[in-house]
Design a protein around this ligand. Structure first.
Ligand SMILES: C[S@@+](CC[C@H](N)C(=O)[O-])C[C@H]1O[C@@H](n2cnc3c(N)ncnc32)[C@H](O)[C@@H]1O
Length: 364
């Protein structure tokens, strides 16, 4: 359920309503007792509301405030007595279990003691997460496209909105797909991360061979895997209880450190045709987007399809998208472009927005 009020307002009473909404729906849904506690506390706290009103209107204030706090702890959890006290509620920092007590008093004390250090991240912080688990959906969706199979698994990839680009290294991960009674795996058994995905409905085909000839990205705000501060911010965005997600992200970042990808700064609504032009033409060209197009308006979607149609004059282009279906999950679509025009569209699957389950073949 989406909040029925203006989430971009930075008037304290509107921000308080958003924190109440998070405490009631969002943080319990994502199984975070610590952030549920924070949200309920911040909603009634004038001093903390003043702090969080500094966040950019386009960004969700709770996520930015909580990441700004965790970021300082990851940088130095020994910076003060308040930091040491609060670090107990972050297993990724403390190494221990979360204490069975309210985290809010320690959180409040930390925020007030470190207001000046929090300020830059509050004003500029973005919730630009990259969910590596979505690769479990892209592996069958891209790897078994007829043109890719016909080329012996060779493909040149271009991702729209890759953030740091973890899903551009999808051929380096291990996958374990499970359905009642059956289990299928793909990838080097020694590879990490190991991405588990529950199968609902049909068993998806998996590529016999998959060889990436190019890994390109087009991103409004690229994150460089060599930028330690940017990588720490990605870790800070992971919620305290979501340890497995943090571990998988760290393992995928380690892969990204050794497998290069070319992520160009640019806007898909204006720079896509040029970006497609940089892909090699001797292998099938596949453009894909996972949970990124929702940040682009309807006119922008049309511009993207038009750009892909124009780019297909120099050879066919497949376009695979995994975007919200408006019912709490995502729909996986395949569009084909040939000879300057759209030539095909099929719905491939329904999938969990974080790639934890896949319903292959499910139509709307
Ligand atoms: C929610 S993140 C998803 C990142 C990644 N695709 C994933 O699945 O984890 C959406 C990304 O799309 C990027 N983005 C949004 N609009 C864009 C545009 N017009 N052109 C290029 N990138 C865009 C954002 O900067 C952000 O990094």
């Amino acid at each position: 359920m989406a909040p029925a009020f203006d989430t971009q307002s930075r008037e304290p009473e509107d921000v308080a309503r958003l924190f109440r909404y998070y405490a009631e729906f969002e943080t319990p849904r994502l199984h975070s007792r610590v952030y549920t506690d924070y949200c309920a506390g911040v909603a009634e706290d004038e001093a903390l509301l003043e702090l969080v009103c500094r966040t950019m209107p386009s960004q969700p204030p709770p996520n930015v405030l909580f990441a700004a706090v965790k970021n300082l702890l990851l940088e130095d959890a020994e910076r003060s007595a308040e930091a040491r006290d609060l670090a107990r509620f972050y297993p990724a920092v403390s190494g221990g279990a979360i204490p069975d007590e309210s985290a809010f008093p320690a959180f409040r004390a930390f925020c007030l003691a470190h207001e000046a250090e929090l300020d830059p991240a509050l004003r500029s912080g973005r919730t630009q997460t990259c969910v590596v688990h979505r690769s479990a959906i892209m592996l069958p969706a891209i790897g078994t496209l007829p043109r890719v199979v016909a080329a012996g698994g060779r493909v040149g990839l271009l991702e729209i909105g890759p953030a740091i680009g973890l899903n551009l290294r999808l051929d380096h991960y291990r996958y374990e797909y499970d359905a009642a009674g059956t289990s299928i795996a793909w990838g080097d058994p020694a590879a990490t991360p190991v991405l588990a995905c529950e199968l609902r409905g049909e068993t998806p085909p998996l590529p016999e061979k998959f060889e990436l000839a190019a890994r390109h990205g087009l991103e409004l705000s690229p994150i460089d895997v060599a930028d330690k501060k940017a990588v720490r911010w990605l870790r800070a965005l992971i919620w305290p209880e979501h340890l497995e997600r943090g571990r998988l992200q760290d393992e995928a970042i380690a892969v990204a450190e050794r497998v290069p990808a070319e992520i160009a700064a640019g806007d898909a609504t204006t720079d896509l045709e040029a970006a497609v032009g940089r892909l090699p033409t001797e292998v099938p060209r596949v453009v894909f987007a996972t949970v990124a197009l929702y940040q682009i308006d309807e006119a922008g979607h049309r511009t993207i399809h038009d750009a892909l149609a124009r780019a297909s004059v120099s050879g066919p282009i497949d376009f695979v998208t995994m975007e919200s279906n408006g019912r709490g999950a995502t729909r996986v679509d395949h569009f084909a472009f040939e000879d300057g025009a759209a030539s095909d569209h099929r719905v491939l699957a329904e999938a969990d927005s974080h790639g934890r389950w896949l319903d292959w073949g499910k139509q709307d």
